[in-house]
Design a protein around this ligand. Structure first.
Ligand code: NAP
Length: 358
C-alpha cells in the first residue's frame, strides 16, 4: 500500500507458529507495513529448531515459507522475547496461562483461542463491528501494571455472520437468528479430522462450537458501558457441521428483524456496510467488508473464498423466510477472516489508535 506516510514498525512474534493459524500469521506478516516478524514460538518439541525443521513438512498453505521465517529459530513460549506484540495461534489447552503470562510481563497478546474471550475486561474484537470495545483493555490488571494486555478474536464460524448481523442491527435491529454451519476441515487445525471420518461424509458435531456460535456474537454486538460489555439482546440457535471442504466456513442463517425490510433493502444495507478498517484504509481491510452475490448458486467456497484476499464476507441467496423474516447464505475464510487475518486487522487498528506506541 502506498500511503506517502512513513510508519515505525513494531516488533512482532507468533505463539503457536507451527500450527494452521500460526502459518497464516507468518504469511500475512511477511513484508507488513506496521509489523516486523522477530520471534517464533511453539511447544518444547519444536523449540531450538530452525522453523522449517520444526515444521517437518507441515507447511500447508500454498505459498512458500517466507525467508524471514526460515531464518528464525523456534523458541519456547516464555516471556523473554524481543518483540512488543504477540499473535497467538496456540492450542486452547495451553493458550490461557501462556497468554496471561505474556500480558503480565508487558506484551500485547492477540489471541485466537477461546480461553480469554469471556474475561470481563478482554475485548472480543471484530474491527468492523466493535472497535470501541478496545478501550476495555485499559481496565485489565496487566495494562495498569505493565502496559501489557490481551485482545481476542471470535470463533471463526461466526466471524462473517457477526459482520452481517452488525449491518442488519444498525439499520433494522435483530431479534432472533437460526444458524446452520458447514465448516471446513482446516478449522480443526492440523492434522485435524481423520480422512476416514470426513471424506464423502458430514459430521454433525464439533465439540463446543454451537455454544460459541450462540454466545460470542452477543458480546461482540454488545454495548460498552463503564468497564464491561452488556451483551446484545439477541437469541441465536446454532447447528454446527464439519464438511469435506479444505478452507471456508459457510453458514445458512435465518433472521428475525425488529423492523421489517425487503430483500432489496437488506441487500443494499449489506453491500454498503463499511467499518472503521475501511475508513482508515488499514492494510488488511478489504475495500468491501461484505459482497452480495445475486446468482442462485453462490456463494461457494471454491469460487468465492478469496474475495478481498480472503477478508471479505460473501453473502448470497437473500430471500424471505417463512419462519423468521429473511434467510441467506454467509461465507467467510476461516483461517484468514476467521483467524489470522482478523487478528492482524485488529492489531492494525490498535496500531493506528496508538495502543502499540509505548
Ligand atoms: P494447530 O494447527 O493444532 O496448532 C497449534 C499450535 O499450538 C502449534 O504451533 C503447536 O506447536 C502449539 N502448541 C501445542 N501445544 C503447545 C504447548 N504445550 N506449548 C506451546 N505451544 C503448543 O491449531 P490451529 O488450528 O492453528 O488453532 C490454533 C488456535 O486458534 C486454537 O485455539 C483454535 O481453536 C483457534 N482457531 C483456529 C482456527 C482455524 O481455522 N484453524 C480458526 C479460528 C481460531 P507444536 O507444533 O510445537 O506442537
Amino acid at each position: 500500500m502506498k500511503t506517502g506516510l512513513v510508519f515505525r514498525k513494531v516488533k512482532a512474534g507468533i505463539l503457536g507458529a507451527t500450527g494452521t493459524v500460526g502459518q497464516r500469521f507468518i504469511q500475512l506478516l511477511d513484508g507488513h507495513l506496521h509489523f516486523e516478524l522477530t520471534e517464533l514460538c511453539a511447544s518444547e518439541k519444536s523449540s531450538g529448531k530452525l522453523y522449517e525443521e520444526a515444521l517437518s513438512g507441515r507447511w500447508k498453505i500454498s505459498s512458500h515459507i517466507p525467508e524471514i521465517a526460515k531464518k528464525l529459530t523456534v523458541k519456547a513460549c516464555k516471556p523473554d522475547l524481543d518483540c512488543k506484540i504477540l499473535f497467538s495461534g496456540l492450542d486452547s489447552s495451553v493458550a490461557g496461562e501462556i497468554e496471561t503470562d505474556f500480558a503480565n510481563k508487558g506484551y500485547v497478546v492477540i489471541s485466537n483461542s477461546k480461553n480469554h474471550r469471556w474475561d470481563k475486561h478482554v475485548p472480543l474484537l471484530s474491527a468492523e463491528v466493535n472497535p470501541d470495545h478496545l478501550e476495555l483493555v485499559k481496565h485489565q490488571e496487566s495494562y495498569k501494571k505493565s502496559g501489557g494486555f490481551i485482545v481476542t478474536n471470535s470463533n471463526c464460524t461466526i466471524m462473517g455472520v457477526t459482520i452481517v448481523l452488525k449491518a442488519l442491527t444498525d439499520k433494522f435491529g435483530v431479534e432472533l437468528v437460526h444458524l446452520v454451519s458447514m465448516q471446513a476441515i482446516s478449522g480443526a487445525g492440523y492434522p485435524g479430522v481423520p480422512s476416514m471420518d470426513i471424506l464423502g461424509n458430514v459430521v454433525p458435531h464439533i465439540g463446543g462450537e454451537e455454544e460459541k456460535a450462540e454466545t460470542e456474537p452477543l458480546k461482540i454486538l454488545g454495548t460498552y458501558k463503564g468497564d464491561e460489555i452488556i451483551n446484545a439482546p439477541i437469541k441465536i440457535s446454532a447447528h454446527c457441521n464439519r464438511v469435506p471442504v479444505i478452507d471456508g466456513h459457510m453458514c445458512c442463517i435465518s433472521v428475525k428483524l425488529k423492523k421489517k425490510a425487503s430483500v432489496e433493502e437488506i441487500t443494499e444495507v449489506l453491500q454498503e456496510f463499511r467499518g472503521e478498517p475501511q475508513l482508515l484504509k488499514l492494510p488488511m481491510a478489504p475495500d468491501k467488508a461484505i459482497i452480495v452475490r445475486t446468482e442462485a448458486d453462490r456463494p461457494q467456497p471454491r469460487v468465492d473464498l478469496m474475495e478481498g484476499k480472503g477478508m471479505t464476507t460473501v453473502v448470497g441467496r437473500i430471500r424471505p423466510c417463512s419462519l423468521l423474516d429473511v434467510k441467506m447464505v454467509v461465507l467467510s475464510h476461516n483461517t484468514l477472516r476467521g483467524a489470522a487475518g482478523a487478528a492482524l486487522l485488529n492489531a492494525e487498528l490498535m496500531y493506528r489508535k496508538g495502543y502499540l506506541s509505548q
